[in-house]
Unconditional design. Sequence first.
Length: 487
Amino acid sequence: MIFRILYHFIGIVDFWGDSYHNVYISWLTVENDWIYSDYAGREVVWLPFYRYLSGLLMFLFNSYSLEIGYILNAALSALCCGTVAVLVESRANQKFGLYAGIILGLLPWYLAYSHMNMPEILSSLILVMMIYVWEKQQYQWLLLIAFVGVLTRSEVTFVMVVFGVILLLKKQWNPAFYLASGSVVGLLIWGIWCYSITGDFFWWVNERIVGSTWVNFYQHSHGYGEGAWYYPFITIFISFPFIVLMIAKSRALYKFVKDEWNKESLFSLTLTALLLSHWIFIFSLQYGVIGYPDPKYYVVTLPIATILFFIWLYHLDTSKRTLNAIFIFTTIFLVGHLVPFYYMNYSDFNATKVAGYLQANPPGEGNIWMDFTSTWYQSGIGAERIYSSKQITPREAISENFESIIEENMILNDIRYIMAAPASFTNVLNVFPQMNTSDDFIWRGFRIHQLYKFDPQTSLDELNAIERMGIHEQWASFWEVTFVEAQ
């Protein structure tokens, strides 16, 4: 609890800006009579359950803020840690169960995501509850858990597929039926939803693949994500440092697995299969598919890793001194992460600067072409006023007459302002490359004038802060659009 309070007062909001986008989706969904909605087309890509859950809480508390997401994930992570403690206690003893729950809560990346408006903690809880009800032979609950899981995060679906295969191999037909039924119903509903909007039942799958490979290409072409071949190995260690101890004690680990196999202990072997399948899958994707190696991809299975580690440790060493040493190490490991977490919080540094300008200089009438939901949230601008590249530059605009389509959309949506910044998810600079160098220019009857620009090159302190994060091209600008022909 002490570290949770400290983490809160450090003011770490998010590493990549998606927490703000989730607030927007939840708000827009509630405003549209609970029809899943987004202004940037994510309503057919990002799975809906977490956004509905946070939207319901925002509606009940009449507060559309990040704090709702913090409270929700703090409660979910506490429940997950408690369930992990119960599962370890059932396979070891009460002392090991208590330490397992505490250690999970202290793992830096698990703690970080328990303080974000993101679905990873809910995803991890779903997987732990799946294991819990299976262990307690309460198989009927797998129907609901699977249904919710496949509508929460794609990684959960992947792990559930592996779990289903294991159940079939072990001829556990009853839990396999409930798991498959819930998953099929959830995926069928999601596929029908995507088809109703896009005409493609598997649109969400295609967009996830295209989106990941595009981000990977964009980041490498703009100087992001460049790193040595061993970076994916480091991400595993950072997310779950005890893997080093398990490797160092590989002989004991092998003996443990062999004993479990001889005893036909389905519990430990199943958890091992789930964990390894997920980690190997994510590890492989970090070589050229997803945008960058990142410990966040392992968060959803950290509870499973913690359960396995403490069950293995119980068979290896039951001394309290060992448990205390692990607690001290985890605490030091967490403290060592607070500084890099603080700087990673500035990954939307440019968006924050533009938000500060808009707070001091509220824009006049008309709407804003703005792809950065973090700027929208921090500036206090009404959500109904912002439009995305998805709305202004739809796919059909990529043609010979794309400029006329964009012009028509700007007029139709009364776009009077534009925010520009280099990012993979915005088309502003593709449409207006002049914004990279100019202060004022004419485009198809519009006079586009720069009102504000933040450039870290002009501030040594800000430039040094950004360089410490390894982030490039963190400039941003805000522009006024005037309809010249109307004058």
